[in-house]
Design a protein around this ligand. Structure first.
Ligand SMILES: [Zn+2]
Length: 296
């Protein structure tokens, strides 16, 4: 084949995939993210609205399609669920499946047993804070667009993964609600995408924590920080430093705990990372399989 023809064929095949690179990886499991096409942007002029379990869901345009991107709570029951969608004057219920996922177990040993078996005062504090954090996770800000393609907020190896069923000093506690990055104390922690600082606080379990609101129900948390460098209401750029790695709160050593919240659900942060492995997986999907024209 003529080299130019080969190049053209490559471009035709790869362009839709490149344009698709901004969406998270779809994973219909508890703690996953469902990416669902709602119809073409040319046929439906107004942005559709969507709800999952009465909570508004992020809708974005991608490759000429309106796409709903819904967070699936870790305690979701693996059965058929429905996404409520408003398309113009019409309201439809779109059924979808949540498949079961067996997350691994993780055992953590803490010398400071006061963070495992709480005193009545600490328990009362922790309960108050959990209620406040739950409230913050429900926050919704309409934004013209949301960057769904995150960067890893600290440099380091990945430690504890999202969803791990955790045992502290052999006692079962809540599953791991984020992704841990092993980084030395004092190393920079940056915003995984552009946003507005929603909250800055020092919690019993999460330690010094920064919340960044990316709009349309997408929020990231940076926990156990040694120092916080931003204020509530401040706009941050993707990659801007929000604090330094530390081990405040319940942590067995210095690391960043990074959580991603979508429509109030804690979801797997790795689904938002454009890793080489994910790029390879996307490239392996033939355009025709995804409903894209192979030839113009
Ligand atoms: Zn963690």
């Amino acid at each position: 084949m003529h080299p130019l023809i080969t190049t053209l064929r490559f471009l035709l095949l790869s362009l839709p995939l490149l344009a698709h690179a901004g969406l998270p990886q779809s994973s219909n499991v508890p703690g996953g993210v469902m990416v669902l096409q709602l119809g073409s942007t040319s046929a439906i002029a107004d942005k559709p609205q969507a709800w999952f379990e009465d909570r508004p869901v992020l809708v974005t345009a991608d490759e000429g399609q309106w796409v709903a991107v819904a967070g699936l709570p870790l305690d979701s029951i693996p059965v058929m669920h429905e996404l409520k969608v408003q398309l113009g004057h019409e309201t439809v219920m779109l059924p979808f499946d949540i498949r079961p996922k067996a997350y691994p177990e993780q055992y953590v040993t803490l010398k400071d047993t006061s963070k495992v078996e709480l005193s009545p005062a600490d328990l009362a504090r922790a309960e108050r804070e959990i209620a406040a954090i739950t409230e913050l996770k429900q926050h919704w800000r309409d934004a013209p667009d949301t960057d769904l393609n995150f960067i890893l907020p600290a440099k380091g190896e990945l430690g504890g993964r999202f969803g791990a069923r955790r045992f502290f000093n052999d006692q079962m506690r809540k599953p791991h609600s984020g992704l841990d990055v092993r980084a030395g104390s004092g190393k920079p922690v940056v915003a995984s995408a552009a946003g507005v600082v929603l909250a800055v606080d020092d919690y019993f379990f999460n330690g010094k924590t920064v919340f960044v609101d990316h709009g349309n129900g997408l929020i990231t948390l940076y926990c156990h920080l040694k120092r916080m460098d931003v204020k509530v209401g401040q706009t941050v750029r993707k990659g801007q430093r929000v604090g330094l790695v530390g081990q405040t709160g319940r942590a067995s050593g210095p690391h960043l705990h990074w959580s991603v919240v979508l429509n109030g659900a804690m979801v797997d942060p790795e689904l938002f990372l454009e890793t080489q492995q994910m790029r390879d997986e996307k490239a392996a999907i033939k355009p025709s399989v995804r409903g894209e024209p192979v030839e113009p």
